[in-house]
Write a protein that binds this ligand. Structure first.
Ligand code: ADP
Length: 432
């Protein structure tokens, strides 16, 4: 301010001096003329600079304006610095904003921001996928016009956001279960958080099914056992009859024991997240064990062949491998009628993978059952499984052991002709 006033004072003094000199040498007319000329010069200069400034502001390029000289240089310089600072501040704010958006986009949960009238202010791409939204198209639309599920509309109307809301059969293929909750923030706005709980729901349903299945499997032998006990207690039976009842009780107890043992095996396998160890498992020794057990179980009812085509041994957990192999062999024996043939083969295929296969001439399995055979308690022929002491857990155990050895369980079967169960091990699991 002082600088501006002193400049004005200087110009006024200059005009007075020039006017005085002109008056002395050229007369009063020239004095007025020269005084006005001296006063007008800075005014014209200011107008020119103002006009330039206006032009640069209109073209949004004030930063590039060349600096004039004198007082206007300071004005331009100050303005340029201010604009530079403002632009930098805006860039920082934009960067922060972009980081927030990136973080919200990276979230595995759906996020929707609603204003005080439940209009969509912003949503991430997961929320777009969950609800079939498109932010560019649906921004500022009321969310209950776009998500029309009655339970969701009620949730918004009631505004009791303490509890989450479960929406089932959502998503593009109506296969998702979504847990949604609204959280208030800012001025009556809400943040909708949407979590995909499909897997949790499935695991929960599986757990419930499993408990129901185990209870059912246990209840039958317990009921039968109690019936026999009552009979033996209340009736005065002959020794031979009593022995017969005891034998039947023993078989029911054996059934429960097998079930508990298989459950424990499964639980142990499931609790062990690490891959199986890599001890050398001698296939020839294993085959000899399997042959002995198979012949004892079959009691001459089947024709067997046990072939070892490759010298390669397996690298894995011997106990688990034996359990998986003997499950497949015992299934073949249990489901193949008398005089059937069972072939057990160890070989290495063209890709260098080890294959343990058990083929039988049993009843075979219809294709619709094949994908479900490894589910716990899934049986094609329930009564045949029970009659032969099956627990319905054998193939589930085999599948777990296979995955712990990075192996695949392949099942081929033709109803009426027989089945081939193959465990295919990667070459990394074979000894040199
Ligand atoms: P289970 O204890 O009932 O044998 P598994 O899990 O071992 O239970 O097998 C599941 C079902 O697969 C069996 O109930 C049976 O229906 C079918 N299955 C398994 N192996 C064979 C086979 N070799 N031939 C025909 N069906 C089989």
């Amino acid at each position: 301010m002082i600088a501006a006033l002193s400049r004005l004072f200087f110009i006024t003094c200059l005009a007075t001096l020039v006017a005085y000199i002109s008056l002395h040498f050229f007369g009063s007319d020239w004095a007025i003329f020269t005084a006005i000329a001296v006063l007008l010069t800075p005014l014209i200069y200011s107008y020119i600079n103002l006009a330039r400034l206006k032009a640069y502001i209109q073209s949004d390029s004030v930063e590039n304006i060349p600096l004039p000289s004198g007082y206007w240089e300071e004005v331009y310089f100050g303005l340029k610095r201010l604009i530079k600072e403002l632009k930098q501040r805006m860039r920082n704010i934009q960067e922060q904003h972009d980081h927030f958006i990136e973080a919200f986009q990276a979230s595995p949960n759906g996020i929707v921001m609603l204003d005080d009238g439940d209009h969509i202010e912003w949503c991430n791409s997961i929320a777009e996928r969950f609800f079939g939204l498109n932010f560019k198209r649906d921004a500022l639309q009321r969310i209950n016009f776009l998500i029309r599920r009655p339970e969701f509309v009620q949730y918004l109307i009631k505004r009791n956001f303490e509890e989450p809301l479960l929406l089932e059969r959502m998503g593009p293929s109506a296969s998702l279960s979504l847990m949604l909750q609204a959280f208030p923030f800012g001025q009556k706005r809400h943040l909708l958080l949407i979590q995909n709980v499909t897997d949790l729901q499935k695991a929960d349903a599986m757990r419930r099914d499993f408990v129901a299945n185990v209870s059912h499997e246990m209840r039958t032998p317990i009921t039968v056992l109690m019936g026999f006990l009552e009979t033996v207690q209340t009736l005065n039976l002959e020794k031979a009859q009593q022995d017969q009842y005891f034998e039947m009780m023993m078989s029911q107890a054996q059934r429960m024991k097998s079930l508990v043992e298989d459950l424990l095996t499964l639980a142990n396998l499931e609790s062990n997240a690490l891959p199986a160890g890599s001890n050398e498992v001698k296939i020839k020794t294993l085959m000899a064990l399997l042959k002995n057990d198979a012949e004892a179980l079959s009691q001459g009812r089947h024709a067997f062949s046990f072939d070892v085509e490759s010298n390669a041994n397996l690298l894995g957990d011997e106990r688990e491998i034996l359990s998986a192999f003997s499950n497949l062999v015992s299934n073949a024996i249990r489901y193949t009628p008398d005089i059937g043939a069972i072939n057990v083969l160890w070989s290495v295929n063209n890709e260098g993978q080890g294959e343990f296969s058990v083929s039988d001439t049993g009843p075979g399995i219809a294709s619709e059952h094949l994908t479900r055979l490894t589910e716990r308690f899934y049986r094609v022929d329930r009564s045949r499984s029970r009659d032969t002491g099956g627990t319905g857990l054998g193939l589930a155990i085999v599948k777990h052991i296979a995955s712990r050895h990075q192996a695949q369980l392949l099942i081929e079967s033709t109803p009426g002709k027989g089945s081939i169960f193959t465990l295919r091990f990667p070459k990394e699991r074979l000894s040199a």
